[in-house]
Design a protein around this ligand. Structure first.
Ligand code: OAD
Length: 235
């Protein structure tokens, strides 16, 4: 069976109403990354950082999955563990659409990380209120999102899947942040067919075999239909 790894970025959630990071009106526009997305920024001014992620969590809670998230869940429903979705997104739209075989390499807005005991409890309220950690009782919870200078989650599992896949698909990511940006080159080096579905062309580390431009809500369902019709037995 064809093994597929899909890497998603902020662009897949854009049509749900979640802002992307780069470009005009992007999330980083008007914010200094050093202030809101580094451990040092959190040490300097925890309230600003907690308020920033509390606001992002509220936005994420108010939106719903779009046709692209739903198409990937449909693909998993059809091919099961032959699909792994690796997302750089911290929203929960993939799982709300029905994806299970999913890795959040940059963490999750709806989890907190306890700086006292290391627990990663679910979190749907505001961290600026300094809630108690349900595991140890301390009030030292930060968002469980990966900041610049920190190690993304599950890198070993992701790299094993990337080198073993037959098809690698990048959806809605600018390819600006490593290690995710390097996966297309890794997949290609191990013989995978590489596909990009993005609103606009990107400066990928290596050219994709098949690069399609347009909104994810249109491109992803169409690509999933192609994959499924290629797999279904011919009449
Ligand atoms: P970016 O904001 O860098 O890139 C979003 C990409 O999605 C761009 O290439 C857009 O052209 C594309 N895009 C926008 N709308 C789209 C749509 N409707 N359909 C398809 N594509 C669309 O976001 P990421 O690549 O996800 O990391 O950013 C990667 C990482 O940088 C993030 O996970 C975050 C950030 O700093 C951390 O916070 C650690």
């Amino acid at each position: 069976m064809t093994r597929i790894v899909v890497l998603t970025g902020a662009g897949i959630s854009a049509e749900s109403g979640v802002p992307t990071f780069r470009g005009p009106d992007g999330l980083w526009e008007g914010h200094d990354i050093e202030d809101v997305a580094t451990p040092e920024g959190f040490e300097r001014d925890p309230d600003t950082v907690l308020a920033f992620y509390d606001a992002r969590r509220r936005v994420a809670a108010s939106v719903v999955p779009n046709a692209a998230h739903r198409a990937l869940a449909r693909l998993e429903g059809a091919i099961g563990d032959d699909l792994l979705v690796v997302t750089q997104n911290v929203d929960d739209l993939h799982e709300r659409a029905g994806s299970h075989n999913l890795v959040h390499m940059h963490g999750e807005l709806f989890r907190a990380l306890c700086l006292a005991c290391g627990a990663r409890p679910t979190c749907d309220g505001d961290l600026i209120d300094r809630p108690h950690c349900p595991a140890c009782g301390e009030r030292m919870l930060r968002p469980d999102v990966v900041w610049f200078g920190e190690m993304p989650y599950d890198l070993e599992r992701i790299e094993q899947a990337v080198v073993a896949c037959d098809v690698f698909v990048s959806i809605g990511t600018s390819g600006a942040v490593y290690p995710a940006a390097g996966y297309v080159a890794l997949a290609a080096a191990f013989g995978a067919h590489t596909v990009e579905l993005n609103l606009e062309p990107t400066d990928a580390a290596v050219p994709f075999d098949d690069a399609r431009t347009g909104p994810a809500g249109e491109l992803v369902p169409a690509w999933v239909d192609e994959v499924l019709s290629a797999r279904s037995p011919r009449a």
